[in-house]
Design a protein. Sequence first.
Length: 114
Amino acid sequence: QAQLVESGGGLVQPGGSLRLSCAASGINARYNDMGWYRQAPGKERELVAGIASGGGKLYADTVKGRFTISRDNAKNTVYLQMNSLKPEDTAWYYCNAVNRPAPWGQGTQVTVSS
């Protein structure tokens, strides 16, 4: 069964950086369009960054220029480098296949606060 394990979240000051990791098993991230999602309190889950199986990338306007999604095929892991973090980036972050989602992982919490 597919499993996704997110890590790397934490408390960071505005302007800081974090690197999130998503280790996949039972699903080959290399051959799937993968995405990072986030869900803030009281809001719906939203896609913030995606990487296609062919390598193309897309970003939500709210994170464009600040977040970078990448993938390590050998480790079957997807990353999200987050720079210039803002308080409005505070949320639980999840990864999943975009077109054929696996069961959601536990997520990793990101809190941006001074």
